[in-house]
Design a binder for this molecule. Structure first.
Ligand SMILES: C[S@@+](CC[C@H](N)C(=O)[O-])C[C@H]1O[C@@H](n2cnc3c(N)ncnc32)[C@H](O)[C@@H]1O
Length: 242
């Protein structure tokens, strides 16, 4: 992997530091709704037996493993991430499950080590907020998906409804860092934000649902749609390569 930018290095160190508690914290912070959101997102992939798919920024491998269940023994799943510790957790899960057609590799979402037009589906869960160049990340996902294939992303978003938005802002920006203290202990990473302060920070300059949709179109994807879940607290964007 080439030299990482300061933000990439910070993000990588952050996820290395919380990898062991990541799955549990995700479930707690989403009030147990995460599996339902993942299921919705994965339905949008329309993956079927024998397909080959890539989960970019796969973290602890949750989506990759669920995709393996969709493609079965005949299919193949790849998961890519730059955090060694997150990948270790992912690898251990797959070993436990005895899956031999799920491959995790270390790499950069902005420079995917795959040929053009390789995958039926390329996904990304809760990671676009973390990359230094969102357009480039979507462009790379689009490049490696086959014509007719889908790019599907699940990401945190702000509800459109003003009352829900108020509740979301209170929860995400004020309460999440407090819950996160249980894990990050308020410890600064690279002299920057503690892990669970970064979580809300990363949403501050993140494009809203319409802008992200425009980024999908600009990357060359077609039939781009998005679906709000949890009152709009998360959104699934789907685009098809022509
Ligand atoms: C919030 S976690 C999401 C993990 C998983 N996709 C999920 O749904 O739970 C973000 C992940 O993105 C990874 N990541 C961020 N930027 C990356 C990049 N440029 N290349 C590869 N991985 C990256 C981090 O290491 C981390 O594992």
């Amino acid at each position: 992997m080439s030299q990482l930018s300061d933000k990439d290095q910070y993000v990588k160190n952050l996820f290395n530091s919380i990898a062991g508690n990541y799955d549990m914290m995700n479930l707690v912070m989403t009030w147990g709704m995460l599996p339902r959101w993942q299921k919705f997102m994965l339905n949008k992939t329309e993956l079927k037996s024998g397909d080959i798919a890539l989960d970019v920024c796969c973290g602890t491998g949750e989506l990759a493993i669920k995709m393996r269940e969709m493609v079965g023994n005949q299919g193949k799943i790849w998961g890519l991430d730059f955090s060694e510790k997150m990948l270790e957790v992912a690898q251990a899960k797959v070993k436990n499950l005895g899956y031999n057609n799920v491959n995790f590799i270390k790499g950069d979402a902005l420079k995917l080590p795959f040929e053009d037009n390789t995958f039926t589906v390329v996904t990304n869960g809760f990671a676009l907020r973390n990359v230094v160049d969102i357009s480039k990340a979507i462009l790379e996902m689009t490049r490696v998906v086959k014509p007719g294939g889908r790019v599907v992303c699940l990401e945190v978003s702000r509800p459109f409804n003003p009352i829900l938005r108020l509740g979301f802002n209170l929860y995400f920006f004020k309460i999440v860092p407090i819950i996160g203290r249980l894990v990050d202990k308020g410890k600064a990473i690279d002299n920057k934000y503690p892990a669970y302060t970064w979580l809300p920070e990363s949403l501050k300059n993140f494009p809203d649902q319409e802008k992200l949709k425009a980024i999908f179109w600009a990357a060359g994807l077609e039939q781009v749609k998005y679906f709000g879940l949890g009152g709009g607290a998360v959104t699934v964007h789907v685009g098809k390569k022509g």
